[in-house]
Design a protein around this ligand. Structure first.
Ligand code: PEP
Ligand code: MN
Length: 344
């Protein structure tokens, strides 16, 4: 349930409500909105009596949250969350374009990619150091060596780093180097990993599992939120369908659906959702037009010789065009006053 405090409620009144919640062995999650404070009450599923809270000083109303995900729901936080990627804030009309190779392969490759991504006008650099591959015989990433090269690329360009973390034991190490911890599609329901990044201070880029429903996706975000980390960006990266013409099927629907259901920013990965570099720009434009808060795109200086995902990677020149096109669509939305969250 949500306890909505009066606009005039004092700090003591808020604290008093929180102590009452804790005395009932429930968790309290504070959301300090621009207008008023809302306290989310989360328990283990036992029914909680409204009467515990309605009469407490400073309480305006007590409302149940109907969704199974509480902290991720728009009911709990009606505004759009703003989430940092380095100095840049994502959400509420402020977009991010993240570019870079699927995997860090060597020093020259990542530094060249970083400079190209920066020159193209993107705001962050991606690159996997720990790669969860479908085959155990495929390139598994450079590990910590790759993280060091990413840190060098950040020093060179000033771009914040987005990189994947594949197991709970690695969260501390990856967080020492990265600005954003990516949770890959294959790990979206790795609950131990979700809890571990929930305890981290780093922003989390949570990718949708390839067979996950929107509900599963938001429950995964809830795991992270329930551990205290509010900085989550959701990423639609295509789902498995009966269609075999493309690697995955871009679920464009997911963007406005998520915007209705959650306050968290939503970005699109047009690379994994199509698997084909020729389709990437079209889907990138569609994503922005549908209201995405940004894009994450695979870019490689020499896609033919890439150690992973070369077929879907853009050369720097194409990526530069994509950034221009995405910005042009975003400008149209803005000048025509078209909201990125569906009107309801
Ligand atoms: C990636 O970003 O390179 C990746 C492995 O993505 P996904 O987890 O969406 O497959
Ligand atoms: Mn990839």
């Amino acid at each position: 349930m949500m306890i909505i405090m009066r606009a005039s409620a004092s700090r003591e009144e808020v604290e008093n409500v929180i102590s009452r919640i804790k005395s009932l062995e429930l968790d309290a999650h504070l959301s300090d909105g621009a207008e008023r404070t809302v306290i989310g009450v989360v328990g283990d599923g036992r029914p909680v009596e409204v009467s515990h809270f309605v009469r407490l000083p400073g309480v305006d109303s007590v409302v149940p949250i109907s969704k199974p995900y509480k902290l991720a729901s728009r009911e709990f936080y009606p505004e759009n969350s703003l989430v940092p990627i380095g100095e840049h804030l994502v959400g509420n009309g402020s977009r991010v374009i993240i570019g870079g190779p699927c995997a860090v392969e060597n020093r020259e490759q990542i530094l060249e990619s970083a400079l190209a991504v920066k020159d193209a006008g993107a705001q962050a650099l991606r690159g996997g150091a720990f790669k969860p591959r479908t085959s155990p015989y495929s390139f598994q990433g450079m590990g910590e060596e790759g993280l060091k090269l990413l840190a060098e690329a950040r020093d060179l360009t000033g771009l914040p780093i987005v990189t994947e973390v594949t197991s709970p034991e690695l969260v501390g190490l990856v967080a020492d180097y990265a600005d954003v911890l990516q949770i890959g599609a294959r790990n979206m329901q790795n609950y131990a990993l979700l809890k571990a990044v929930g305890l981290s201070k780093r922003t989390v880029l949570l990718k949708r599992g390839m067979s996950a429903t929107i509900n599963d996706f938001l429950m995964a975000a809830e795991y992270i939120l329930s551990k205290g980390n509010k900085n989550i960006i959701l990423c639609e990266r295509g789902i498995r369908t009966f269609e075999t013409a493309t690697r995955n099927t871009t679920d464009i629907n997911a963007i406005p659906v998520l915007k209705i259901l959650t306050h968290l920013p939503v970005i699109l990965d047009p690379s994994h959702s199509t698997g084909d570099w020729r389709l990437v720009s079209a889907l990138a434009r569609a994503g922005i037009a549908a209201g995405a808060d940004g894009l994450i795109v695979e870019v490689h200086p020499d896609p033919v010789n890439a150690l992973s995902d070369g077929a879907q990677s853009l050369k720097p020149k194409r990526f530069t065009e994509l950034v221009k096109e995405a910005n042009a669509i975003a400008d149209v939305l803005k000048s025509a006053n078209i909201p990125t969250t569906p009107r309801q």
